[in-house]
Design a protein around this ligand. Structure first.
Ligand SMILES: [Cu+2]
Length: 396
């Protein structure tokens, strides 16, 4: 073994070297630590002008063409896009039905957004998918601008008969086959289903279940989560529907409902391990994050410090099965090779000493006169007044 080979070998095996590799490959972290002056502003997908939609999709396709960084530990990872799916598969049992669920996914989406910007020249922010805009009817869901083949992510897969998931069934699913149109119909996903990072090439599958959207993703259903005033209770609602055996429909919070409405039974989006194989995962989780951000903003002083929930899956109160210790602000989260470990206090504030983004204070409204979605401003006080009235009127 030559000296340089030995050095490379040490870099790969030594945990110390691993830390070094991560920090040295990413000096940019230090620039984020000086405070957040110009936060990126995240917007709803349909409010982006078409050229910005294209820039985002081009950047995702760029990640899907760059070589993986994690292939030493994630055998199925071929591309930079796969890196994120692989890390999610590997960590899935430590990041769902735990107190750090929201924090870990916030961190993941941010690192993904950073990769799009720093490695693929993307100049925008991570868009999100406001599910409530597509929940008025089955056809509203099916015709969402998100699924547009030229300005979106392509649509449903053709209907395929059969049982795809040993753990749950989605009775009114409508697809299940390979997505036939849009920018990702030819992309090969390399991992899944379930808990393996072995290389299993497969197509992107979607299995729309619009009834989940009309049931669990309406404005009212989503808003009910916000009537909770402690993080613990809010988070229980958001995570309802995560079970040991995957995602469940009944009482599903907006997190599980968003996954299941797109993934049905057969699609990657319904897979608690492999869901980041569908590029829409990132818009869905940005929306979960957006809701948390809105919740935090109602009382920033208290809520930016409010973190609780079990370290072990399904501990109290998330299932109450394992009991055990709770997370604190010092609990460490990380993305293996993709990003350094950080205490979760550092991701509490989206405009803090690590993260630097915010969400536009707007809501998309459909303008029947022009047939276009337009932005309507929502002030913070307006949002809070409405919420108060809503929660008083709902027997919650
Ligand atoms: Cu996840």
């Amino acid at each position: 073994m030559q000296l340089s080979q030995l050095f490379n070998f040490l870099l790969l095996v030594s945990p110390l070297a691993l830390c070094r590799a991560v920090t040295s490959s990413d000096e940019a972290y230090s620039t984020y630590n000086t405070g957040c002056k110009n936060p990126l502003v995240r917007r709803e997908w349909r409010l982006l002008p078409d050229h910005e939609k294209k820039e985002y999709i081009d950047a995702v396709k760029c990640l899907q063409a760059l070589p993986a960084l994690t292939s030493n530990n994630v055998p199925g990872a071929v591309t930079r896009f796969d890196d994120f799916q692989g890390i999610h598969i590997r960590q899935a049992e430590f990041i769902h039905a735990v107190g750090s669920f929201q924090h870990w996914h916030r961190y993941m989406i941010w690192i993904y957004e950073k990769a799009l910007r720093e490695e693929c020249g993307y100049r925008g922010s991570q868009p999100y998918w406001d599910w409530t805009l597509d929940s008025a009817s089955d056809s509203a869901f099916i015709n969402s601008p998100l699924w547009n083949p030229t300005t979106g992510f392509g649509g449903n897969g053709p209907y395929v008969n059969g049982t795809f998931n040993p753990f749950f069934s989605v009775p009114e699913r409508t697809g299940g086959g390979c997505v036939q149109d849009g920018p990702f119909s030819n992309y090969t996903i390399h991992m899944g289903p379930f808990n393996t990072t072995a290389k299993i090439p497969q197509c992107l599958r979607r299995d729309f279940a619009p009834f989940i959207s009309t049931l669990r993703l309406t404005e009212e259903a989503v808003r009910l989560h916000h009537c909770e005033d402690t993080f613990g209770r809010y988070d229980v609602k958001v995570q309802t529907g995560i079970t040991e055996r995957g995602l469940r429909l009944s009482d599903a919070g907006f997190h599980a409902a968003g996954h299941l409405s797109v993934g049905g039974e057969a699609g990657q989006m319904s897979d608690i391990y492999a869901s980041p194989g569908d590029p829409v995962f990132y818009l869905h989780h940005a929306s979960v994050d957006h809701e948390w951000w809105k919740w935090q903003n109602v009382d920033r002083e208290a809520r930016l410090k409010d973190a609780t929930g079990p370290i072990l899956r399904f501990g109290i109160p998330l299932g109450n099965r394992t009991g055990g210790e709770n997370i604190t602000l010092d609990f460490m989260i990380g993305l293996s090779e993709l990003a350094p470990m950080v205490p979760l206090r550092r991701v509490m504030d989206t405009e803090g000493d690590l993260l630097c983004y915010t969400y536009a204070r707007e809501k998309a409204v459909y303008d029947y006169a022009t047939g276009k979605w337009v932005a309507e401003e929502v002030s913070e006080s307006e949002y809070e007044d409405d919420l108060e009235e809503f929660c008083e009127n709902s027997d919650n």
